[in-house]
Design a protein around this ligand. Sequence first.
Ligand code: DX5
Ligand code: ZN
Length: 222
Amino acid sequence: MIKLSPSILACDYNILGTQIKEAVEAGALYLHLDVMDGDFVPSISFGMPVIASIRKNTNVTFDTHLMVKEPIRYIEEFVKAGADIITVHIEACSDVKATIERIKSFGIKAGVVINPGTQVNEIEPFLGMVDMILLMSVNPGFGGQKYIDSVTQKIARVRAMIDETGREIELEVDGGINMSNIDTVLNAGADVIVAGSAVFGGDIAQNVEMFLEKFKEFEEGK
Ligand code: DX5
Ligand code: ZN
């Protein structure tokens, strides 16, 4: 089943809880939490206290995207804050396997992320361990950027790699996805769609419903 993972990076933090509630009630199954450390990426977003705080008000799956250098240092704290899935950048870990193992040791799902400039074969060594692969379709660090078209072929390639394993691995794509390119992303084989500005810019419920309608059309047409 294709899932929408709205990125709260595009929320109005003054009314964060209300906006999350609106997205979840409209049918979003995941919530994408973009944690930025000001080191692996230029900007700083939010961390454990914000996640722990929103955890009190929703049971939605917390899809936690760590744009953090050596995230192994913080896994336990993010699990305690309420993460259900944690994805880490291959580029940010000196020991990717140990980082995945640390995440899995807490009984939650683990995934790896690659930047637009990183080759898909970098993922290969971890295919037997991960529950999710996240492909960045913008350079991480900021919301509201344009989808990088050359990532479409990477999605298709990773879809084939996943299918070959026979394992259940979700394929998530993150950055610049909106109504004008969602078809391309779905056709290439993504099954978890991140959207920040396309969900939280404007009418949240209506935006979520438009995405879900697209997913339904796509799944029925398969
Ligand atoms: C970028 C983040 C993305 C981004 C998505 O560093 O990982 O999740 O905020 O936002 P949009 O959909 O606005 O590109
Ligand atoms: Zn993200």
